[in-house]
Each structure stands twice: as structure tokens, then as C-alpha cells.
Write a protein that binds this ligand. Structure first.
Ligand SMILES: Nc1nc2c(c(=O)[nH]1)N[C@H]1C(S)=C(S)[C@@H](COP(=O)(O)O)O[C@H]1N2
Ligand SMILES: [Mo]
Length: 424
């Protein structure tokens, strides 16, 4: 396997899992014994989702999320808030911050930029700096480094999870997201590559593990430590951004202020918010977020599961669930489709329970790591109940199936969603 192969999360995982089994590595906190203990609490811990998460420190704020969560924009599940898709109906390409979904394992921490430091340490850096004596960058240091921008979606691996139950009658655990745990934003910051090189990255480094400064994640009686998840150096150098701006403004507290990772096309958990420390190692790194959560478990998967790879193809209408549309007139149905494999090539819509499909019209051009907007003119034949369906196909030819492959934690629901509307 050469380095480039590790950009692909699936191959990365296969290689690392073999090493994990061979007992070649731990992350120093989390051992196979912890893993065994965890299994009992697993259905709750599912996907790091709804979770009876106990913050390691008292929660001072009225809620875990800082920004307002008006019910017309969000559905709130504890420390997670899903965007209502009708909130995108009058919007442009990007999701404004006031309606961008939030997924916090515990709470949004309030961090002061002037005392914050990005600390890098580990055997993969020249001189092997330790966690106690790391290489440091201040917020100012980062702002003074060459900046780059990227338009990309961030999507929770469990987005659409609720449809496993409502459409496929399957039991899964985790936050019962509809389709609103996704958003496209314009991110600006420093390439992780730039910071790693300045910190003294060596050729022997293989993995990079960013950690959040939010409270430790405690579940099933086990403190799993700070939210963190490793990336191979190849991906870290390829296209990962340490972002300090979102849609032209400093990163808001809920989305990672002062600095978060943006890892294009990889699942949301890779894009660690409130980054404090980054370990750079010459040996593989592990965390519960790649050994236990964000894996596909179930009858069709190996006992140890399969790491959740890139996001699958999905589509959503910019309509309320059970929206009412006036009868006897034309409607311009609008929506968006996206894929972790790259750009969406075409989208079809069915208004007759999937019997016939006609192409939607693309609106504008999608960004490489963003979504494709589309519209579809529809004159309902008469008053009544209808289900709208959209089916997208991406640049690799991957399309949305009728049934999503079952997995116990409910990740990667990529099947066609039947969206109910009433024409009256
Ligand atoms: N430090 C930290 N980073 C994190 C998380 C977290 O709880 N703590 N949640 C992750 C998950 S599961 C997702 S889906 C995305 C959500 O990003 P957003 O809240 O900005 O939409 O952040 C990821 N980064
Ligand atoms: Mo997520």
C-alpha cells in the first residue's frame, strides 16, 4: 500500500484494523479491555449520537448549544440540532450559520482566542516534542500563515438515520436525524499541511490525531477522553483545512471557535471542532471514534465492523415534511443532492410513488465538495396525498437505492426518501 491509498478511508481502516488486532498500537487511553466493557453500553453509545453523555464539568449555559435554535429552523435532540430543510427554500448555495446543524458530543465550550494555543506533539515531529512541551501556534500565528478557502459540506455519518425505522422498519440506535444533519459552508483557514510542516513533520510520520477542547466524552461509565479521531498523514497533507472562518465570519462557538478541522468528503466526526492538540505519530493511532463508533455493525458486517467510509449519495427537497401545496397550479419543487464521491451528475424526480422518473433541472454548478441544486416543475393532477422522491447519481455512477444496507448504528442512509406532501 502506498501513501496515496491511505487517502481512501476504507483502505486506511483495513490496514489499521489489522495493526490493531496485531496489538501494535493503542492510543494510550483506550485499550481492548475498555472496548469489551463498552459493549454493554453500546446501544446507548451508538454512533456517538443521542447519548446520555455526561459532560466532565458542569454545564453553565442554559443548553449545550450557544446559538438560538428557533423551532422553524431546527429540530433539537439534546446537544444536537438538525436543520429543517424548508429553511433552505429561500437561501443561496451556502447554509447560513443561523440554520447550520450542530452536533456536540457534550457541550459547546467557550474558548478565548488570545489564550488559546494549537499544540502539536509526537514522534512524527522533528525532536519528538512531548504533550508537556509541544510546538505551539497562537491564533495570531495561524492568521499570519498563508490562507486558503474551501467550499465543502459537513455531514453527520448518521444523517437520515430515522428513515431506517420509518421507511425500512428497522431498529437502529443513535440520534433520529431526518435529512438535516448536513450543511455546505465556505471555510477559510490554513492548510493542515502548512502547520504540520512548520511544526517539523518528518517522513516517518504516519498518523495525525486532532483532539477537541470540549469536555471529555463519558458514556456507559467509561471516560473516553477528549473527542478525537486519527487521520493518515496522506489525507492530512492532501486537502484538510484548519478553518478559522465560516461563510466569511470568524468560526461561531458551536462550529468550533477558534479553529476546527474541515476534512472534505470524510464523515462529519473527522472534522474535529475546537482543536487544541494534534498528535503526530510514527505509529498508527486509535481512538474510540474509529475503533468503536462510526463503524458498520450488523449481520452483513464482520464482528469488528467496517469503518464508515465516505458519505453516500443523498437528496433532499427544500420542503417541510408533510408540506401542504395549493391545488390547481404549477409548483417549482427545489432541492439539493450531494455525495462523498464527488460531484452529482444528474437527479431524477418521481411524484407517483416511484412509477415514473423524470430529470430535474440543475440550478448552477455545484462545488467539488459541495452539493448540486436542482428544480422540478410539477402540476399535481388534483388534490390529495402524494409522495415526492428524488434520486441522484454522482460522478462515479453511484446512485440512490430503494433500500439502504442495514447497520445497527444507522449510518449512511443513502436510499431514496419518500417525502409526503398534501395538495389541497
Ligand atoms: N471536538 C468535537 N469535534 C466534533 C464533534 C464534537 O462533539 N466535538 N462532533 C463531530 C460530529 S459527529 C459532527 S457530525 C461534526 C458536526 O459539525 P457542526 O456541529 O459544525 O455541524 O463535528 C464533529 N466534530
Ligand atoms: Mo456526526
Amino acid at each position: 500500500m502506498d501513501d496515496h491509498d491511505l487517502i481512501d478511508e476504507y483502505r486506511y481502516d483495513s490496514a489499521r484494523l489489522a495493526q490493531w488486532h496485531a496489538g501494535r498500537a493503542t492510543d494510550g487511553r483506550f485499550t481492548r479491555r475498555d472496548l469489551a466493557r463498552l459493549v454493554t453500553g453500546l446501544s446507548l453509545a451508538a454512533g456517538g449520537a443521542a447519548l446520555t453523555a455526561t459532560p466532565a464539568q458542569a454545564d453553565p449555559a442554559p443548553g449545550p448549544i450557544v446559538k438560538p435554535l428557533p423551532p422553524e429552523l431546527f429540530e433539537v435532540y439534546g446537544s444536537n440540532a438538525e436543520m429543517h430543510w424548508e429553511a433552505m427554500a429561500d437561501q443561496g448555495y451556502l447554509v447560513p450559520v443561523d440554520r447550520f446543524f450542530v452536533r456536540d458530543h457534550t457541550v459547546t465550550p467557550r474558548i478565548a482566542a488570545d489564550t488559546w494555543r494549537l499544540q502539536l506533539f509526537g514522534t512524527g515531529l522533528r525532536g519528538s516534542p512531548t504533550a508537556d512541551w509541544p510546538v505551539e501556534f497562537s491564533y495570531r500565528d495561524l492568521l499570519n500563515l498563508p490562507a486558503e478557502s474551501l467550499t465543502a459540506f459537513i455531514e453527520c455519518a448518521g444523517n437520515g438515520r430515522n428513515f431506517f425505522t420509518s421507511q425500512q422498519q428497522q431498529t437502529v440506535s443513535g440520534t433520529a436525524w431526518g435529512l438535516g444533519a448536513v450543511g455546505v459552508a465556505h471555510w477559510r483557514g490554513v492548510r493542515l499541511a502548512t502547520v504540520l510542516r512548520r511544526a517539523g513533520l518528518t517522513r516517518a510520520a504516519v498518523d495525525v490525531m486532532p483532539q477537541g477542547l470540549d469536555p471529555d466524552f463519558v458514556t456507559g461509565g467509561v471516560n473516553l477522553g477528549p473527542v478525537r479521531r486519527p487521520l493518515p498523514v496522506a489525507k492530512a497533507l492532501h486537502d484538510v483545512l484548519l478553518a478559522y472562518e465560516m461563510n466569511g465570519q470568524p468560526l461561531p462557538p458551536d462550529h468550533g471557535f477558534p479553529v476546527r478541522l474541515v476534512v472534505p468528503s470524510w464523515i462529519g466526526i473527522s472534522s474535529i471542532k475546537w482543536v487544541g492538540r494534534v498528535e503526530v505519530s510514527t505509529t498508527p493511532l486509535f481512538s474510540p471514534w474509529n475503533t468503536q463508533f462510526y463503524r458498520l455493525f450488523g449481520p452483513d458486517y464482520p464482528t469488528d465492523g467496517t469503518l464508515v467510509t465516505r458519505q453516500v449519495v443523498k437528496s433532499a427537497f427544500e420542503l417541510a415534511w408533510n408540506a401542504t401545496l395549493p391545488a390547481h397550479r404549477h409548483h417549482l419543487l427545489r432541492g439539493r443532492s450531494w455525495s462523498g464521491n464527488g460531484p452529482v451528475r444528474h437527479v431524477e424526480v418521481s411524484t407517483d410513488d416511484g412509477a415514473t422518473w423524470r430529470p430535474a433541472r440543475p440550478v448552477g454548478v455545484g462545488a467539488a465538495h459541495g452539493w448540486q441544486r436542482w428544480e422540478y416543475r410539477w402540476r399535481p393532477p388534483g388534490p390529495g396525498a402524494y409522495t415526492l422522491r428524488a434520486r441522484a447519481t454522482d460522478v462515479t455512477g453511484a446512485t440512490q437505492p430503494v433500500q439502504a444496507p442495514y447497520n445497527t448504528l444507522g449510518y449512511l442512509f443513502g436510499a431514496i426518501v419518500a417525502h409526503p406532501v398534501t395538495v389541497a
